[in-house]
Design a protein around this ligand. Structure first.
Ligand code: ADP
Length: 244
């Protein structure tokens, strides 16, 4: 909780957690963290902790649901009941169903689904701890899990939320900033293509603020993309060393 005297942006321009307005929270990424999936990743952004697991491509059951010309991408975004302060109800809430859909649509725009007709690819995103930016951290993790599963994609998806707090545009909102700020705008991109695959806006921004938020979001996304690529490089150079 924030008490009424607490400022989201202090006089020196820093935020409650000490970050500058254009700064990401500490980010760590690991690939290949779950034994039983075909691909997996763990992303921690500040206190937001997310696992993604991918299964497939595999046969569709029942068979009549299979598509003759492409794979079906199934996606489930789920928050554990202990991921938030007040326990979230068990099962899928309306919010989780909606987020599963927008995340699926973002991933569909980078995966070459037509290479795997009559199959399905299942993506599971589990939010272990939520402190703002879970859909974006989930997408960042999911695209890495897809890459580890060997699913061909035009590019990874890297994502972050930007927003407006006490009149200022800020990168990577925490839960507190999201709740007490004026706007929250999650953005996901296929960075190499400079293509936006998800953009939502909760709140109001002027045209100028929107432009600034988009620029700041792109800067954050490029930093995340670099870390995704470093994590992939680390994973595959370690494997190559083990094979020698
Ligand atoms: P995102 O996590 O993508 O930013 P929202 O803007 O909907 O999505 O949520 C912002 C934050 O609000 C979440 O990261 C989480 O910290 C918190 N939150 C979301 N759902 C719940 C819930 N059911 N109970 C408590 N806190 C929640």
């Amino acid at each position: 909780m924030k008490d009424s005297s607490m400022r989201l942006v202090k006089e020196d321009g820093t935020r409650i957690d000490g970050r500058r307005l254009d700064e990401l929270r500490p980010l760590s990424i690991e690939i290949g963290v779950l034994e039983k999936s075909d691909g997996s990743a763990y992303v921690q952004l500040g206190r937001t902790k997310v696992f993604a697991a991918v299964f497939g491509p595999k046969e569709v059951h029942p068979k009549h649901l299979a598509l003759p010309d492409r794979a079906i991408l199934n996606c489930r975004y789920h928050m554990t009941s202990f991921s938030v302060d007040e326990r979230k109800p068990l099962g899928m809430t309306r919010r989780e169903i909606e987020l599963s859909k927008v995340i699926r649509e973002a991933l569909e725009s980078v995966v070459f689904l037509e290479e795997f007709p009559r199959t399905s690819i299942d993506v599971f995103i589990e939010i272990i701890e939520a402190d703002g930016g879970t859909r974006t951290a989930g997408l960042t993790a999911a695209s890495l899990a897809l890459a580890e599963a060997g699913i061909p994609m035009v590019d990874l998806v890297a994502a972050v939320a930007v927003g407006k707090i006490e009149g200022q545009i800020a990168l990577d909102l925490s839960d507190l900033e999201d709740k007490y700020g004026e706007a929250d705008m999650p953005i996901a991109m296929a960075p190499r293509l400079n293509s936006i695959v998800l953009l939502q806006l909760n709140g109001r921004l002027t045209r100028e603020e929107f432009k600034k938020a988009l620029e700041l979001g792109k800067k954050g996304i490029m930093e995340i993309y670099q870390k995704q690529r470093d994590a992939l490089r680390r994973k595959y150079s370690e494997e190559a060393l083990m094979e020698v």
